[in-house]
Design a protein around this ligand. Structure first.
Ligand code: FES
Ligand code: FES
Length: 160
């Protein structure tokens, strides 16, 4: 059965029809065309599919799209304004927090969610916030550095 889905997607009202059994990950990528959110393990293990629902990092591969009705969903496409990178995007870019980049949208969204709730996280809090995300090639030292730098940019006024 399909139902009407109404939500705020990347800051804009979105209305669509969605079958009850479609995952948010597949809805975003295949129906809406937002392919920044990645499919990794497809089973809740890697974090590549992380989006924000009402500012909370959420695994879209474990979330039915129909349950997102009435929420605010932000994907990696929501970040940055007028061609300028957000604080977290700059952090990953300038501190070399990505290599192949496949895991990066998930890390970026988990990090953006962290900075929205906690603009000045400790290293332990950064590690904890990224504990559900796996990177196979960069190594976590650079990623932690990227988020630390992003937090400093955010504290100085940049959007996370
Ligand atoms: S694709 Fe969702 S956790 Fe791996
Ligand atoms: S940058 Fe390649 S998996 Fe993380």
């Amino acid at each position: 059965m399909a139902r009407l889905l109404e939500l705020i997607l990347n800051g804009r009202r979105h209305v669509g029809a969605v079958p009850d059994n479609v995952l948010l990950l597949d809805y975003l990528r295949e129906t809406v065309g937002l392919t920044g959110t990645k499919t990794g393990c497809d089973g809740g293990e890697c974090g590549a599919c992380t989006v924000l629902i009402d500012d909370r990092p959420t695994l879209s591969c474990l979330t039915l799209a129909a349950t997102a009705g009435g929420t605010r969903v932000d994907t990696v496409e929501s970040l940055g304004t007028d061609g300028r990178l957000s604080a977290v995007q700059r952090g990953f870019h300038e501190k070399l927090g990505a290599q192949c980049g496949y895991c990066t949208p998930g890390f970026v969204m988990a990090s953006a969610g962290l900075l929205r709730r906690n603009p000045r996280p400790s290293d332990a809090e950064i590690r904890e916030a990224l504990g559900s995300n796996i990177c196979r090639c960069t190594g976590y030292v650079k990623i932690i550095e990227a988020v630390r730098y992003a937090a400093a940019l955010h504290t100085a006024g940049a959007a996370p």
